[in-house]
Design a protein around this ligand. Structure first.
Ligand SMILES: [Zn+2]
Length: 177
């Protein structure tokens, strides 16, 4: 019994400590996103953050696409022609979305991928706006609008994730310089 009590104490002690550390620790903020406390490339906890709060922490250009579902003009995005090896994260929350291996040269004018990094990297919603029947792609962690999914992609999936560059953060393999 003594051992069991001691064990329980240790476990509780541990979780208490980590809770204290998290709530008091602002250094958890990603150094490249100091104004955005929700940005993390390791925390996969689903976020429930209001648009008003996002408006405070995101640059307006990202906010307009991520929360207002704007679309950047074709061929204007910074990652349209990127071919470097690396990982694409959600620019709003840091969620891992795509690997460069799944990016392909598409003539559509937006960065295009044939599969996501993980099954739950993104979520899908039917989008019937502008008189079209499309599948909207949202970030699986923060719900940011990323782009749309089409069925005219290359093998092996036949899918085309047509994304807005502004809501992607690209990290080259080996880390940013
Ligand atoms: Zn996100």
């Amino acid at each position: 019994m003594m051992l069991l009590s001691l064990f329980t104490f240790l476990i509780l002690g541990c979780s208490n400590n980590s809770a204290t550390t998290n709530s008091n620790n602002n250094t958890m903020t990603d150094p490249q996103h100091p104004d955005n406390p929700y940005y993390s490339r390791t925390d996969t906890t689903v976020l429930h953050v209001s648009d008003a709060e996002w408006k405070k922490v995101l640059p307006d250009s990202i906010y307009q696409v991520a929360r207002n579902k704007e679309t950047e003009r074709a061929f204007t995005g910074k990652y349209v022609d990127t071919e470097s090896k690396g990982t694409y994260y959600c620019a709003a929350c840091g969620n891992e979305l795509f690997r460069s291996d799944s990016k392909f040269a598409s003539s559509c004018g937006w960065p295009s991928f044939f599969e996501t990094r993980r099954k739950n990297s993104v979520e899908y919603v039917a989008d019937n706006s502008y008189g079209m029947i499309r599948t909207e792609v949202l970030c699986g962690r923060c719900g940011a609008h990323l782009g749309h999914l089409f069925d005219d992609g290359p093998p092996p999936t036949g899918k085309r994730y047509c994304m807005n560059s502004i809501v992607l953060d690209f990290e080259p393999d080996g880390g940013a310089k």
